[in-house]
Design a protein around this ligand. Structure first.
Ligand SMILES: [Zn+2]
Length: 219
């Protein structure tokens, strides 16, 4: 699964940009977007880049800081830190493949992560360790290795798990019942709400249906 550019921009923001003349394929983000959205996180275990240098901070989009931290903590807890041989970048404002004729890479938004680049180069059909792919997937990252032109070092966010938030449902100013907000949708008990409004509820769970009969609706 790959998300559209529209989803990326509506979720992580839009910015103006221009090509960087001094580095082919790199871009410069104009305005305040970077300062407002890119944050630094400290990895919970030692990471090294492709040249063997320690990576003490990861710069990523503020909305993926929690899932990226959970991913790293999860690897650490499962004693799977060795699955990241090298950490090869997250927030890097650039075109795909450093090619100025191609669209902007998801690294520009700080929502993609490259790992083990030397072992899993762009175009290679080599498969990263299943446990690494699964740990990323649990936090909403898809793996680039199964794309038409595989990019097996690359993982990017396609799903942003949102914690459910409690929601109070009021009827004419009075608290009626509690529900919660999940993924931007209100999830609430149908029967309480419908009955409070004078309707009858018929649950047909084996068919996976709930029918609301409005008062005087079907006589
Ligand atoms: Zn990448």
């Amino acid at each position: 699964m790959v998300r559209s550019r529209e989803w990326v921009e509506s979720t992580f923001g839009r910015f103006a940009w221009r090509d960087k003349p001094e580095k082919r394929g790199a871009i410069e983000i104009l305005g305040e977007w970077e300062r407002r959205n890119i944050v630094s996180i400290a990895p919970p275990f030692e990471l090294r880049d492709g040249r063997g240098r320690p990576v003490s901070v990861l710069r990523c989009h503020r909305l993926i800081a929690p899932p990226l931290t959970r991913f790293l903590t999860d690897l650490h807890r499962r004693n799977l830190c060795h699955l990241i041989n090298t950490f090869d970048g997250c927030f890097v404002p650039r075109h795909m493949g450093w090619n100025p004729r191609r669209p902007l890479s998801r690294h520009t938004w700080g929502i993609a992560v490259d790992v083990n680049a030397r072992l899993f180069p762009y175009g290679s059909r080599a498969r990263q360790d299943e446990r690494l792919i699964a740990a990323f997937a649990r936090q909403g990252f898809t793996w680039g290795g199964k794309w038409r032109t595989p990019d097996p070092m690359h993982f990017e966010v396609v799903d942003l798990p949102q914690p459910a938030r409690p929601l109070a449902i009021l009827l004419d100013g009075e608290h009626l019942v509690g529900g919660f907000l999940h993924d931007g949708r209100a999830v609430a008990p149908v029967r309480e709400i419908a009955e409070a409004m004078g309707a009858a509820v018929e649950a047909r769970m084996t068919e996976g249906e709930i029918e609301i009969h409005t008062p005087g609706g079907d006589c």
